[in-house]
Design a protein around this ligand. Structure first.
Ligand code: SF4
Ligand code: SF4
Length: 147
């Protein structure tokens, strides 16, 4: 069974837990966020690999959780690469995301917004943390195969 098939409701679960909805706007403020590639769940990344984008993804160490005290070690995950230009590989010259129309944008990019934090927000319920946590069951696999 594929990761995507096994966890079809992960996106809905994270949106419900974090109290966050997808935003559809595209002003310059958000376009500037794409210096740092957004992170996705394992099923987001599996969909990108299945769609032929594997050569634009790379194993990475996500250290944000260490900086804010959520983890003691980096979380290993696969995410879009940052090109030498300093932008995410999927950012188009007009600043939009190549993956948006295809429905393949990683979940952090779908949920990123300038809206105030939802009511009841805590670090543990932040959508970026909830996405990163989805990689925890796969850490040993990285030790064996990639990093
Ligand atoms: S995948 Fe798309 S939304 Fe996410 S950082 Fe890259 S260009 Fe931006
Ligand atoms: S969420 Fe805010 S910053 Fe992002 S595109 Fe919409 S208005 Fe602009």
């Amino acid at each position: 069974m594929t990761v995507a098939a096994a966890k079809t409701s992960t996106e809905a679960k994270i949106m419900a837990l974090s109290g966050t909805k997808q935003s559809e706007c595209s002003c310059d403020n958000c376009k500037r966020l794409c210096h740092t590639p957004c992170i996705g769940t394992p099923e987001d990344i599996e969909k990108l690999i299945n769609a032929g984008y594997g050569d634009r993804l790379a194993p990475s160490l996500w250290c944000v959780g260490m900086l804010n005290g959520l983890t003691r070690t980096p979380i290993k995950m696969i995410m879009p690469i940052r090109e030498e230009s300093g932008w995410c590989t999927f950012r188009l010259p007009d600043g939009l995301c190549e993956l948006h129309e295809k429905g393949l944008k990683p979940l952090e990019g779908k949920l990123a917004s300038c809206r105030p934090k939802p009511k009841g927000w805590t670090l543990q319920r932040d959508f970026t943390w909830l996405i990163a946590k989805e990689w925890l069951p796969y850490q040993e696999l990285f030790n064996q195969k990639w990093i």
